[in-house]
Design a protein around this ligand. Structure first.
Ligand code: HEC
Ligand code: HEC
Ligand code: HEC
Ligand code: HEC
Ligand code: HEC
Length: 377
């Protein structure tokens, strides 16, 4: 009897031992990084990468409108899902109690990308194989990184070269229609990192034993940040008789429009003695075709808003590192006339609001990106 109990006990211990070994192969969730990478964790929490299907209203509603059963968007929006295939095929649905779902573009996912393969519909992030029974190896760009008791660290050139391109470069739907094309296939990610992950004070890790003193910001500021979004474009205004010329210069290494739900547009007003004497549109900014930047989609010849099944697409854009010159016929300008040129963004363009109901008003309201005022002399 005693022997049986002992045998049972040793079996239990043995299985505990093995399951603890297996536990090390398990996914390390975002929150587990907080123990040592406090600052980075906090920054990341405020970034769009931490927003999942559950807390990004715009993404969720478009995803559900595109396909109420299959969540094919998971490849880029929920890439760490432990049942990715089932989500894509529609056998399973996003689950709020599953950390690999709520973690969205997770720390562990980004830091285990071994390389990025170029492909036709969208690129493929290839993950590093983790050795069973050992702590995971996380890749980054630190010079001679220390190991920790939770993970090994290895420098990998991918973290300057292709790391952003796995998700941000292009996407085609099943009809081979371009949903977005934001970057060239041979473009390195170092420019993205320089603008979107600037160095901030404080070591990469809490103890900062190596006295690095700085770390790459994980806020990934973008179009949602008021100050940051001023910096992407230059707006230049010149006038001649009966003509207003606006030059838009895109300083970013991606187009102005990289997201099919967005609209960015110009609002131009000429003021004389505090009265508006001219505007580039009456009611809706899309009346001014050249000053309205957005994607548009067609399905079998008809306009559609949700691009999932569209058969053709077009876009009015200002491409990476390039200029666009727009001219407008205006009334003769007098000394002291003020020309107000403002660039606005609508996170979800008006058309979107017609097919999905959005509760967060900041999604459909227009927000200012940048404004310049020119005074005629
Ligand atoms: C190839 C990767 C990829 C796939 C697949 C993908 N997306 Fe995205 N999506 C992105 C990237 C990258 C961004 C960030 C770009 C941006 O915000 O401008 C994004 C952003 C978005 C946004 C804007 C979110 C916001 O709140 O600002 C929406 C909406 C969206 N995606 C919808 C979808 C839907 C719906 C699907 C599935 C039908 C999908 N995406 C599939 C890569 C992808
Ligand atoms: C027990 C503490 C600890 C935990 C928990 C931890 N790390 Fe680290 N991590 C470190 C230390 C220490 C370094 C080395 C820092 C240095 O060399 O300055 C490091 C370095 C890194 C690097 C840089 C690797 C390189 O080669 O450049 C990355 C990336 C990283 N950690 C990601 C993560 C992620 C993601 C998590 C959560 C899944 C995590 N860490 C959890 C302690 C930890
Ligand atoms: C010169 C600085 C700069 C560089 C380089 C740069 N960006 Fe941006 N990016 C910005 C600014 C500023 C914004 C916000 C203004 C805007 O969207 O027009 C932005 C916006 C974005 C957005 C959101 C756009 C939207 O409309 O939703 C994404 C996604 C993005 N960048 C990703 C990238 C990636 C990936 C790279 C590398 C190919 C990159 N950025 C390179 C400055 C930069
Ligand atoms: C979208 C991909 C992405 C996500 C998500 C991400 N990182 Fe990073 N991380 C990077 C890149 C790229 C670098 C290299 C930046 C550099 O060195 O300029 C980096 C650098 C680091 C470093 C080294 C510090 C440094 O200054 O280079 C640590 C530590 C780290 N990340 C931890 C984390 C943790 C913890 C999380 C989640 C809370 C996280 N990362 C989420 C892409 C990501
Ligand atoms: C695994 C896929 C993936 C990778 C890799 C990735 N991103 Fe993203 N990124 C996304 C998705 C998806 C979103 C949009 C999330 C949402 O809005 O719901 C996003 C959003 C962003 C935004 C916010 C745009 C905004 O709306 O303002 C920026 C900036 C950004 N990414 C930059 C980067 C940079 C820089 C890299 C490389 C270091 C990178 N991303 C790598 C998937 C990815």
């Amino acid at each position: 009897m005693k022997q049986i109990v002992l045998f049972r006990l040793s079996l239990l211990l043995l299985s505990l031992f093995f399951s603890s070994l297996q536990a090390k192969d398990k996914y390390l969730d975002n929150h587990s990084c907080n123990e040592c990478h406090e600052k980075i964790y906090e920054e990341y929490q405020s970034s769009m990468h931490s927003k999942s299907y559950f807390d990004d209203e715009l993404h969720r509603k478009i995803a559900n409108a595109a396909d109420k059963d299959k969540y094919a968007c998971a490849t880029c929006h929920m890439p760490m899902a432990n049942n990715l295939k089932a989500l894509i095929s529609g056998e399973s649905r996003p689950d709020k109690s599953n950390k690999t779902h709520t973690d969205a573009v997770s720390c562990y996912f980004c830091h285990t990308i071994a390389y990025v393969k170029t492909a036709h519909k969208f690129n493929i992030n290839t993950k590093a194989r983790q050795a069973k029974g050992f702590k995971p190896t996380l890749y980054g760009r630190l010079d001679k990184p220390d190991d920790s008791d939770k993970h090994s660290s290895v420098s990998n050139p991918v973290y300057a070269k292709k790391v952003c391109m796995g998700c941000h470069s292009h996407k085609l739907n099943d009809n081979n229609t371009t949903i977005f094309r934001a970057m060239g296939e041979d473009q390195d990610s170092i420019s993205c990192i320089n603008c979107h992950m600037p160095e901030l004070a404080g070591g990469a890790e809490k103890m900062d034993k190596r006295a690095r003193g700085r770390h790459a910001s994980h806020k990934f500021l973008g179009i949602h940040d008021k100050e940051f979004r001023k910096t992407g474009m230059d707006i230049n205004v010149t006038t001649a008789e009966l003509k207003l010329t606006i030059t838009l210069k895109n300083k970013m290494t991606h187009p102005l429009i990289v997201q099919p739900a967005r609209a960015k547009f110009l609002k131009i007003e000429i003021n004389r003695a505090e009265k508006i004497i001219w505007k580039n549109y009456k009611k809706d900014p899309s009346e001014d075709k050249k000053g309205y930047f957005a994607y548009s989609f067609k399905q079998d010849g008809k306009d559609v808003i949700i691009p999932a099944h569209s058969t053709a697409s077009s876009v009015n854009n200002v491409y990476a590192n390039s200029c666009k010159v727009l001219s407008y016929a205006v009334p003769a300008l007098q000394k002291g006339d003020e020309v107000h040129v403002a660039l606005y963004v609508q996170l979800a363009k008006s058309d979107c609001a017609k097919v999905i109901s959005l509760e967060e008003s900041n999604l459909t309201e227009s927000s200012l990106m940048k404004e310049v005022i020119f005074i005629q002399n």
